[in-house]
Design a protein around this ligand. Structure first.
Ligand code: FE
Length: 201
């Protein structure tokens, strides 16, 4: 969120750029190689992947069960963008945490910025901010309030701390009044923030 900027981001970016130029000078990297890799990586990652998984889980209770028991195996059933990439990296270490009445989940990486990029698209800058990384654990209810999400007092909030070994994605609750909707329409309701757990859908 604005107002919670982490100044270290700029410093780290400068350090990384310096290191990159050293590798280019030494001929380890071709000029622009890192940029090209990142561009293709970001192109392959897409919040529509997460939204499609959620919509499928909403309409198919047996898929939902499989998804919550073994997310990587269940996700392989769907033909998502860049399946091979997902299998090779992030998908292998993924747990889907379902919201239910009275239970809300949110994800954070307290250490850095671990995030299921492949399913959610590029992570928002606030996710990497010192503010979010600290407060999500210390005061999750207050953080959700900053996002405009006021949960009932009795709702239990679980915060999942991501790491390089384990990523999480929230399975939001299906909104009321969506009974007649198609899978595609349902996927259109799902937002990136809902998959992180700072919004209800
Ligand atoms: Fe991290």
């Amino acid at each position: 969120m604005s107002g919670h900027h982490d100044d270290r981001n700029g410093f780290n970016a400068a350090k990384i750029r310096w290191f990159e130029s050293l590798l280019e000078e030494q001929g380890v990297l071709a000029p622009g190689e890192v940029d090209d890799f990142l561009a293709s990586y970001v192109k392959q990652s897409n919040p529509n992947n997460g939204a499609r998984i959620v919509a499928k889980a909403w309409i198919d209770p047996t898929f939902r069960e499989r998804l919550c028991a073994d997310a990587p195996a269940a996700i392989r059933e769907l033909e998502l963008v860049d399946q091979a990439h997902g299998e090779a990296t992030e998908e292998a270490h993924l747990i889907v945490v379902p919201n239910s009445p009275g239970k809300h989940n949110m994800i954070v990486c307290t250490l850095c910025s671990c995030y299921p990029l492949w399913l959610l698209g590029p992570s928002p800058s606030w996710y990497k901010s010192l503010w979010y990384r600290a407060e999500a654990v210390r005061n999750p209810r207050g953080v959700l309030r900053e996002f405009g999400l006021e949960l009932p007092e009795q709702t239990e909030i679980t915060v999942w701390d991501s790491s390089s070994d384990m990523r999480y994605m929230v399975l939001p609750e299906r909104p009321e009044g969506t009974d007649g909707m198609s899978e595609e329409e349902l996927a259109g309701l799902v937002t990136r923030n809902g998959l992180i757990g700072v919004a209800t859908v």
